[in-house]
Design a protein around this ligand. Sequence first.
Ligand code: ZN
Length: 430
Amino acid sequence: MTRPFRFLRDDMNEEQLENHQLAGIRWTLEQAQHSPQYRKKLDACGVTPHDIHTLDDVRRLPFTDVEDLREGYPLPLLSVPESDVVRIHASSGTTGKRKILAYTQKDLDTFSLQMARCYEMAKLTPQDRMQVSVGYGLWTAGAGFQLGSERFGMMTLPIGPGNMEIQLQLLSDMGTTCLGATASMALLLAEEVERNQLKDRLHLRKVICGSEMRSEKMRLAIEEKLGLEGSYDIAGMTEMYGPGSAIDCDAHEGLHYWADLFFIEILNPETLQPVAPGEIGEMVVTTLCKEAVPLIRYRTHDLSRLIPGRCSCGLSIPRHDRIVGRSDDMIIFRGVNIYPGQIMEVIGTFPELGGEYHVELTRDDHALDHMKLSVERHSGSSADADNLLAEKLAKRLHKSLLARVNVQIVDPVTLPRTFSKSKRVTDVRH
Ligand code: ZN
């Protein structure tokens, strides 16, 4: 099924896509030669564009990492003359200096293209009205949502986050049909709409959620409270222009990404070797047409997987899954790689359980590792069924993680609250 798309590309078969990607990788290697920082790395590995014949040859190329961005501060990995740079964006580093990324005009065109594709995937039209309620400034979010929306031809309302009163007023007065916001902001707004019984006065039909992952429960709550036709998760990071490198479709079976703009590898973060098809690993990105700061095997440290096969929406545009965590959070338990996001996903399938959990890893006198998982019971559930519930959860975890977990159900609001995923794991093995 091919629809006449304005921005999406669904016209390449596997061989054509591979040739397109190979040409993009070779072009990127040429482009990177203009950066002394990249030249040093590439010279050291001795691979030239002429050595890239198959996509497997990419594995001969060196990795880039956040360290390279810091090292080249303030204009890291810059592969064009500074006079060709028309825009700067930055993302906050958790430690030290900000990551600053430069854009040429062509990079901004690609940035707006990837966002326009997301809007097309969400089945918006130029008649839609887009309220941009994500952050503006050095962040890429606001700029990306706005650039793409204008290119797509929608009336665009650049409001930025917060200020619930103005959000609600413009939603109502301007007849906004699509909202771009973080999931927590969208949920806050949805609750406000519900409290003030405004649903019938709004024309909102779609929400696009950026920059934080939300659970299925959250998605349904936002859709129901706002009376939406659909809502979508958008992926992206400053290094990949910003938001819009992928989005889910109405099938919600993963996020379609733009394989003509990015070559994505999924690697085991320990060995840096490819994982088996469909398995979770670290996303490593090589850009195919990025001018100012091309990426060569950039380690995102985000964990996800490529989804094999074709989406039930009918498009052949490839997909990756949601981000399930950071590679730094990976637990190696009895030779199996486990990510906290996977544990959370299994817990989420039990309505009797709350969302809070804690993992403790210990090693016994026989050098055998043990994993204890404490999960809070849902506040409405009775403690009578705890043993049965623990058994059921352990079974499902075993099936999904291929690891034996000792499960303990605890009372609601007894585990420590934390916003950091890594704090949910205590590892006392030594
Ligand atoms: Zn799809």
